[in-house]
Design a protein around this ligand. Sequence first.
Ligand code: CUA
Length: 313
Amino acid sequence: MNRFSDFMLPPAKSTTAETTDALFHFINVTSLIFLVGITIAIIFFSWKYRRRSDEDVTPVISHNNKLEITWSVIPLILVMIVFGWGFTGYMNLITTPDDAYEVRVVAKSWLWEFHYETGFVSVNELHVPANRPVKLIMSSDDVIHSFFVPDYRVKRDVLPNRYTSLWFEVTEPGESIVYCTEYCGTAHSNMLATVFAHTQEDFDTWLETAGSADDDMDPVELGEQLVTRNACDTCHSTDGTRLQGPTFQGLWGSEREMQDGEIVVVDENYVRESILEPNARITKGYQPVMPSYAGTLNDRQIDAIIEYLKTLQ
Ligand code: CUA
């Protein structure tokens, strides 16, 4: 069964994945058996009762109690099995264990923000302890997104103006991919994140040092890292390519026309405003789709990004 499972599905890395997979295989295999059986029966009967001569007359059959009860009761039993199995699994998935480690998730077009108990925020990188239930409390800043980790077999919609939650327990340290599975705009397919599952010890160390690793980094180098770490590069290229937002190449110091005709010089204040209040002024030819980074990036980080932009001439 394991080989079959590996062929059909991504590796199962959470405590609930096996149950989900077992039900999935049960439904698939049962359906396959019925498909093959019914197809063979159709072909066989079409051949057996084919029209042989013009004198052939189809006999009148009104009903057959035995046959009708059989083909009603067998599917009923199968459906009840699937229902019971599915309902137990569903209850298990929506009931978070009490000792779960909580992480706050904020979805924005088009990135995932993860807020930890220490106040540290990571973008597109979720760090969790393995062998311990983790609860995600999720909401969206704009449209509907959906949080999906195929390896854990968990998925839940992330909505504006409402919290949804989801839990999982990773069985061993490793990495898995998070997908957004609700079409949320142009860069929906790039709205990816990685889950890093650590041992409890490694996780504690990571959480303790998270954020302070940047402290003595050179501003330009830090800025370059922040652009990737905060998913700025999902929409802004650094090589002149036009994506959802203007490219960073040659941006610094240039004059840009805004949607209302205003001409703006790209300087410190404009960049700062664009990061914290992206929709205050929109460059002509672009859509107001950028999420605010207020509360995500601090002043030092914004300064570093500015220093990095200066180098992209
Ligand atoms: Cu967010 Cu699709």
